[in-house]
Write a protein that binds this ligand. Structure first.
Ligand code: 9D3
Length: 253
């Protein structure tokens, strides 16, 4: 797929996109990444990308013209995009379903917001969607663009060695992952759970399943509503919720 990023900090993408699974996917042509410098689409001597807000108030706003021109340039040189994403704190929170949806598109453009905001006409007439990566304040959309690139790249066929680990992703199923251990069996007095050393595949499977459900109930109960649970997993949830209820009842009297 083609993945284009418009930014005033193109250097932020240099090291990061050469490393790991993303670096290899780009090398192998699974992802055709193009990072363009927003300042190349200005027309004044100072290469100005921002200006004061109409109506007053603190902070600078990204001017519309350079962003409009950058996207026009990408249309002409790279073809019509399937999505133009504006990164912003006001966007819809990015989730795994968005990653899957975008990974199936042929051409995605990401506009990195900066300063206090972006001229609203970019939202209205250039962007096809607006995405945030979560409820915390960053300094701009560059890290969110990298987050989306990362999530989308690993879903490209052949990008990750083990297709199963992509298919069976915890978030795809709506449960958190179970605990993982590797050698040694005892490290500084801390032992690996016996069941994992037992060689009983069915017991290992049940232990992992229970751990995944327990963690989800304890840490992210809101995920359970949308999770695709099988009968065994639903039984574990019922158990845990009942145990919790009994604890509450005992605390009450
Ligand atoms: C005081 C109002 N702020 C909005 C919550 C202003 C503001 C803060 C941070 C305006 C822009 C930014 C820069 N952040 C992004 O551009 C951004 C972002 C983020 O801050 N958090 C999560 N996802 C994203 S996507 C783009």
């Amino acid at each position: 797929m083609k993945f284009d990023i418009v930014t005033i900090f193109p250097a932020m993408f240099e090291g990061t996109t050469r490393e790991g699974i993303v670096g290899r996917a780009i090398e192998r042509g699974l992802v055709d990444l193009k990072v363009v410098d927003l300042r190349d689409f200005t027309d004044d001597r100072h290469r100005t990308v921002d200006d004061l807000a109409y109506g007053g108030g603190p902070g600078m706003v990204l001017k519309p013209a350079p962003l409009f021109r950058a996207v026009e340039h990408l249309r002409e040189t790279r073809g019509e995009p399937d999505a133009v994403i504006l990164t912003s704190p006001q966007g819809k929170p990015f989730c795994q379903a968005d990653a899957v949806r975008l990974s199936r598109l042929g051409h995605v453009v990401v506009l990195c917001g900066r300063y206090e905001g972006v001229d609203e006409r970019v939202r209205d007439h250039v962007a096809t969607e607006e995405i945030s990566i979560g409820d915390y304040v960053l300094t701009g959309g560059e890290l969110p663009a990298l987050v989306m690139l990362d999530a989308v790249t690993r879903l490209q066929p052949g990008a990750v060695g083990d297709e199963q680990s992509v298919e069976y992703d915890s978030f795809t199923r709506g449960l958190l992952d179970y605990p993982h251990y590797t050698r040694p069996a005892e490290f500084r007095g801390h032992r690996v759970p016996d069941v994992l050393l037992s060689g009983h595949h069915e017991q290992v499977r049940r232990w992992r399943q229970r751990q995944a459900v327990e963690r989800t109930v304890a840490r992210r109960p809101e995920l359970l509503a949308a999770a695709e649970l099988n009968d065994e997993e639903r039984a574990i949830v019922r158990d845990l919720l009942q145990a919790r209820q009994e604890e509450n009842d005992n605390a009450g009297d």
